[in-house]
Design a protein around this ligand. Structure first.
Ligand SMILES: [Zn+2]
Length: 61
């Protein structure tokens, strides 16, 4: 058994998806998940705010 990095539940070692949260375990998508997880809630908020501002700016043109 190993623990799911997303929800912390115990999952079978050979499983590719966490049965609890659907997290893909191992494989190439892991690094893609990690960069997003490394962001703080403030940084995520600023990213969303930035994209909204950009969308408003593009519409205003
Ligand atoms: Zn999980």
């Amino acid at each position: 058994m190993k623990t799911c990095p997303n929800c912390g539940e115990l999952v079978p070692i050979k499983t590719k998806h966490c049965p609890h949260c659907g997290q893909i375990l191992g494989g190439s998508s892991k690094s893609t998940q990690n960069w997003f997880k490394a962001l703080t809630p403030t940084e995520i908020f600023l990213l969303i705010l930035g994209s909204i501002m950009l969308a408003v700016f593009l519409v205003a043109l």
